[in-house]
Design a protein around this ligand. Structure first.
Ligand code: ADP
Length: 193
């Protein structure tokens, strides 16, 4: 099994690159943002709870997200590996993920961190809001999401850095060029399927 975390601030391109990586390396893509939006659109109890936080640009409570991830991992026991997109977003989530994987006799092998200047992030997210219809892609909520990122999510990079698992990737070039940089790192562990 090969397990990868695609890390980076909102708007850094995690979703786009996850799709490319999933297709090339045949990994299971787990996006907590997508899973949560699905719960919201079906108005499940979890979705109704999560929406309160998402609409304000705040992180959904750890226990909600960790439970959701745990059942998602169990759905595909024979996966070649997982790519985690938008998770873990707090140190508590990172520690819970490490434990979940250890229980399965596996681990996080690599964390690729997309580096994009803050001005570009805001521009990208505002642009996406116009076409995506995502209610959290407006300037006020975007600013809050970036603040949450610095306060709670950035420390996750230090967690994996301390295990020597973190690699930074320049993320402000074209989608294709960024994908090439990401692939070069993944190829050290896993060949395209
Ligand atoms: P982006 O990375 O562009 O901000 P996501 O789709 O990953 O977008 O997340 C959208 C929202 O969903 C976040 O602002 C947060 O409220 C919630 N969310 C997603 N993943 C997590 C997570 N791992 N922990 C807590 N909240 C999350």
């Amino acid at each position: 099994m090969f397990n990868l975390i695609l890390f980076g601030p909102p708007g850094s391109g995690k979703g786009t690159q996850s799709v490319n990586i999933t297709e090339t390396y045949k990994l299971q893509h787990i996006s907590t943002g997508d899973l949560l939006r699905d719960e919201v659109s079906r108005q499940t109890p979890l979705g109704v709870e999560a929406q309160k936080y998402m609409d304000q640009g705040l992180l959904v409570p750890d226990e909600v997200v960790i439970g959701m991830i745990s059942s998602r991992i169990d759905e595909t026991p024979s996966a070649r590996g997982f790519i985690f997109d938008g998770f873990p977003r707090t140190k508590a989530q990172a520690e819970a993920l490490d434990k979940l994987l250890e229980f399965k006799n596996t681990q996080i092998h690599l964390v690729l961190s997309l580096e994009v200047p803050e001005n570009d992030l805001i521009q990208r997210l505002v642009g996406r809001g116009i076409t995506s219809g995502r209610s959290d892609d407006n300037e006020e909520v975007i600013t809050k999401r970036i603040k949450e990122y610095h306060a709670k999510t950035a420390p996750v990079a230090d967690h994996y850095q301390s295990y020597g698992k973190l690699t930074q990737i320049k993320g402000d070039n074209s989608i294709e060029d960024t994908f090439k940089l990401l692939s070069k790192e993944i190829d050290k562990y896993l060949q395209p399927a």
